[in-house]
Design a protein around this ligand. Structure first.
Ligand code: ITT
Length: 460
C-alpha cells in the first residue's frame, strides 16, 4: 500500500517508515501551506488537503505535532517548529524553551501528534497520539530531532534523544497516533462512513459525557465481576451437597443477587478511585485528565458507589461474613490503587469470590474447615490468576502485542468462571447449581454484547 505524506521533515518520514512497516511512504512537499489553525488537527488537515488532490485513489496523510508545556500554558504547542522564530531552528527552539523554564519547578509537558488522513475516496479522518513526560534541566542524547534531547517521557530517566528509535517509537506520540493509522489502513476495505466511526473508536474520544463515564468505569469489563460471586456461591453449595457439617446455606438466590450487585458497585468504586488517584499521571488518555469528567464529580460518584454497596448489603440482609469480606475488599481496592501491587489486585477479585461464599452461608455451631476447602481452592486459584495477569500486563500500553494477549487473558475470565460453574454443577447436579450456571452463561452473553454496544469504551 502507498501512503503519500505531506511533510518537509525527513525525521518524521524516518519514524513513519519504521512504524508503518510494509507501507510505501512517499514524501510530498505541501508547498505554500499556511499552518495557522489554532490546533494540531486543523494544521494537519490543511497540510494533507494540500497534497490529497494530487493523489486521488491513494491514501494521503499529514502529521502536525508539537510539545505542550504545562507551566507555559501549553506553549510552544502548534508553534513548536518555529518557537524561536522563522525559519525553524532546533538549537534556538531548545535554548528558548530552557530559558523560559529557568527556575520553574513544574516541568510537566506532553508531545501531541495529530495525523490527518484522506482516503482513496476522499474521506477525511483525524487521529491523535500523546506522550506525557517532563522537560529536563539540560539537553541529553543525539537521537531523534527537535525537542527530543529535552523531553523525558514518563516512566523513563532518559530523554527521547537517549532512547533508540525503536524505544522512542514504542511510546511516542507519533508511535501512538500511527498505531491507529495502521488499524485504519488495515481496515481499508470497510464501507463508506465506517472508517470515520472506526477512527473515533480507535481514538477513544467520545462526544458525550455519558460515554466519558462509561470509559471511566471501563464498563465493558463489568460483566466479568458478578461471576466471581457466582463461583464462590457455587463452591459453597457444592460443599453443602457433600453434606459437610457445620454450615447451613442461607436464602441462596436473593443473597447471590444482592452480593453480585454490591460487588459490581465496589468494582466501579475501585475504577473511580483509580482514575482520581492516577489523574496526574494518566496523560490525556483517561476522562479526568482529558477534562471530560471533573475530579469533584468523580469523587461524588465514588462516594455514591460506596453508599450503594452498603445499601445493597442492607437490603439483601447479607450475613456478617459478607460484610467482613467487603470491608477487606475496600481495603484492597484502596491499597491497590495506591501501590499497584499485582497481588493486591488478585486479592480484590479473590475477595469477590469470598463475598459469594459468605453471602450464602450461615455458620452454625462448629464449622468444619473441610467445608471451606472447595471455596478456599477457588479463592486461591482466582487470586493467583488475576495477580499473574496484572503483573504480566505491566507495560502493555507501550507494547501492542502484549496488549492483545492481555485482552485475551482478561476475556478468558468469564470463560474460566463458566468452566468452574460447569464443574460444580456436574459434581452437584442440583437446581441451584444449574441456576448459577445459567446466570454465568448470561454474563458471557452480556460481556459479548457490552463489547459490541460500547465500541468506543476501552477495556484497559
Ligand atoms: P512538516 O510541517 O513539514 O510536517 P514540521 O517540522 O514543520 O514539518 P510540525 O509543523 O508538525 O512539523 O512541527 C512539529 C515540531 O514539533 C517539530 O519541528 C519539532 O520541533 C516538534 N516535534 C514534533 N514531534 C517531535 C518529536 O517526535 N521529537 C521532537 N520534537 C518534535
Amino acid at each position: 500500500m502507498r501512503l503519500y505524506v505531506a511533510t518537509h521533515n525527513s525525521h518524521k518520514i524516518a519514524e513513519m517508515s519504521k512504524i508503518l512497516e510494509g507501507v510505501e511512504i512517499v514524501p510530498d512537499n505541501p508547498e505554500g501551506v499556511e499552518e495557522n489553525a489554532p490546533d494540531f488537527a486543523g494544521n494537519a488537515l490543511v497540510k494533507v488537503r494540500a497534497i490529497a488532490a494530487r493523489h486521488k485513489g491513494d491514501w494521503s496523510m499529514a502529521d502536525d505535532s508539537g510539545l505542550e508545556v504545562e507551566a507555559l500554558g501549553g506553549a510552544p504547542g502548534v508553534h513548536s517548529a518555529r518557537y524561536a522564530g522563522e525559519p525553524c531552528n532546533t538549537p534556538n527552539n531548545n535554548a528558548l524553551l530552557l530559558k523560559n523554564l529557568t527556575g520553574v519547578t513544574n516541568r510537566r509537558a506532553r508531545f501531541t501528534c495529530c495525523c490527518a488522513l484522506v482516503s482513496p475516496e476522499g474521506e477525511e479522518i483525524v487521529v491523535e497520539g500523546h506522550c506525557p513526560g517532563r522537560i529536563a534541566e539540560k539537553a541529553a542524547g543525539v537521537e531523534g530531532f527537535g525537542y527530543d534531547p529535552l523531553f523525558v517521557p514518563d516512566g523513563y530517566e532518559k530523554s527521547f534523544a537517549e532512547l533508540s528509535p525503536d524505544e522512542k517509537n514504542a511510546i511516542s506520540h507519533r508511535g501512538r497516533a500511527l498505531e491507529k493509522v495502521k488499524t485504519i489502513l488495515g481496515d481499508g476495505s470497510a464501507g463508506d462512513g465506517s472508517r470515520v466511526e472506526h477512527a473515533e473508536r480507535v481514538e477513544g474520544k467520545c462526544g458525550s459525557r455519558v460515554l466519558a463515564w462509561l470509559q471511566l468505569f471501563r464498563i465493558v469489563n463489568l460483566p466479568t465481576v458478578p461471576g466471581d460471586v457466582l463461583v464462590g456461591a457455587a463452591a459453597m453449595l457444592y460443599a453443602a451437597a457433600l453434606n459437610a457439617s457445620g454450615v447451613v446455606l442461607g436464602t441462596c438466590f436473593s443473597a447471590v443477587i444482592w452480593a453480585s450487585l454490591a460487588s459490581c458497585l465496589a468494582y466501579l468504586y475501585g475504577l473511580a478511585d483509580n482514575d482520581i488517584v492516577g489523574a496526574a499521571k494518566d496523560g490525556s488518555v483517561r476522562p479526568i485528565p482529558r477534562g471530560d469528567i471533573s475530579v469533584g464529580a468523580a469523587r461524588v460518584a465514588r462516594g455514591l458507589l460506596w453508599g450503594g454497596v452498603v445499601v445493597a448489603g442492607a437490603l439483601g440482609n447479607l450475613p456478617p461474613g459478607w460484610w467482613v469480606a467487603m470491608l477487606l475488599l475496600f481495603v484492597c481496592i484502596i491499597a491497590y490503587n495506591r501501590t499497584k501491587w499485582s497481588v493486591v489486585m488478585g486479592l480484590c477479585r479473590g475477595l469477590n469470590v469470598l463475598a459469594g461464599v459468605a453471602a450464602v452461608l450461615v455458620p452454625v455451631g462448629e464449622a468444619t474447615w473441610t467445608a471451606f476447602a472447595p471455596a478456599g481452592a477457588v479463592f486461591a486459584a482466582w487470586t493467583l490468576y488475576i495477580a499473574a495477569v496484572t503483573a504480566y500486563s505491566k507495560g502493555e500500553e507501550t507494547n501492542p502485542s502484549k496488549r492483545v494477549f492481555v485482552g485475551f487473558l482478561v476475556g478468558a475470565i468469564v470463560y474460566l468462571q463458566l468452566l468452574a460453574l460447569v464443574i460444580f454443577s456436574l459434581l452437584d447436579p442440583s437446581r441451584e447449581q444449574r441456576c448459577l450456571l445459567v446466570a454465568g452463561g448470561a454474563l458471557l452473553v452480556l460481556l459479548r454484547s457490552f463489547k459490541g454496544l460500547f465500541p468506543k469504551v476501552s477495556a484497559s
